[in-house]
Design a binder for this molecule. Structure first.
Ligand code: ADP
Ligand code: C5P
Length: 244
């Protein structure tokens, strides 16, 4: 049988030449859309895999004394608020299986460095989560899968009010001022336009169990292919031969 013969032939274009790199997932969406919740659910379902979560928040620039004195005039939703070069450096290292120390951002003092850095070891799956995770093309290029969490603005605002007053100790007036001055315009100008880069758009965030199940299934398939490639480099040849 010629088909069997073909299967037994070793090929030079085997998947061994495909470098095994971590599977990088980007998760973007408006503030309080449920990005972290979605990431946590994915990580929970992938409990048998090594997964690491990187937050874009960790790469907020430190504010100068002058900016700190007028913090209510600072736009934390603008792309320039983030140290994207440092983010790229950390993601690059993780993709090459090197451990990194990631800053821990303190929302109360608006500072990096108050809390010690977090040692992050390389993993099979790296999830990068943040409002502007898809903004820089160099960051987007690192991603094997892009997810946009799409939650109604009124739901996001309601959650934000609760979160910022309860967890960040801010007063409601400050939260509403920041929302109308910076958060909403930046969502319209910078975040929403990146939705077009998404492979998957999840309506309702963490409430959407079907979407999360499908995403986890896809990641498992991709990771399985990775591992099968290492064990059986001719797998694709076998598959394609029998499909003919
Ligand atoms: P993001 O990472 O996009 O800012 P989070 O996942 O941290 O969003 O969620 C923002 C806030 O909304 C948190 O306080 C969280 O507990 C709450 N939250 C997230 N998803 C839901 C949900 N499906 N139902 C109710 N509250 C939610
Ligand atoms: O976790 P989430 O994606 O909601 O975080 C992003 C939001 O955090 C932004 O909308 C930004 O306005 C807010 N932020 C803040 N104070 C800071 C840093 C960020 O309110 N010091």
């Amino acid at each position: 049988d010629s088909r069997n013969l073909e299967v037994e032939q070793p090929t030079t274009s085997s998947a061994e030449s495909v470098p095994k790199q971590p599977f990088v997932i980007g998760v973007a969406g408006g503030a309080a859309s449920g990005k972290t919740t979605v990431c946590d659910m994915i990580i929970q379902q992938l409990h048998d895999q090594r997964v690491v979560l990187v937050n874009q928040d960790s790469f907020y620039h430190n504010l100068s004394e002058e900016e700190l004195m007028r913090v209510h005039e600072y736009n934390f939703d603008h792309p320039d608020a983030f140290d994207t070069e440092q983010l790229l450096c950390c993601m690059g290292k993780l993709r090459h299986w090197q451990a990194v120390d990631i800053p821990n951002y303190d929302f109360k003092s608006y500072k990096n460095g108050v809390v010690p850095k977090r040692r992050v070891n390389p993993s099979d799956v790296i999830i990068l989560e943040g409002i502007l995770a898809f903004h820089d093309p160099r960051v987007r290029e690192l991603m094997n899968m892009k997810i946009f969490v799409d939650t109604d603005p009124d739901v996001r605002l309601a959650r934000r009010i609760r979160r910022d007053t309860v967890e960040k100790g801010r007063d409601i007036r400050t939260v509403l001022d920041q929302y109308s001055k910076f958060v909403k315009p930046a969502f319209d100008d910078f975040i929403l336009p990146t939705k077009k880069y998404a492979d998957i758009i999840i309506p309702r965030g963490g409430d959407n169990h079907v979407a999360i199940d499908l995403i986890v299934q896809h990641i498992r398939t991709k990771l399985g292919q990775h591992d099968l490639c290492k064990i059986c480099p001719n797998l694709y040849v076998i598959q394609s031969t029998f499909q003919i």
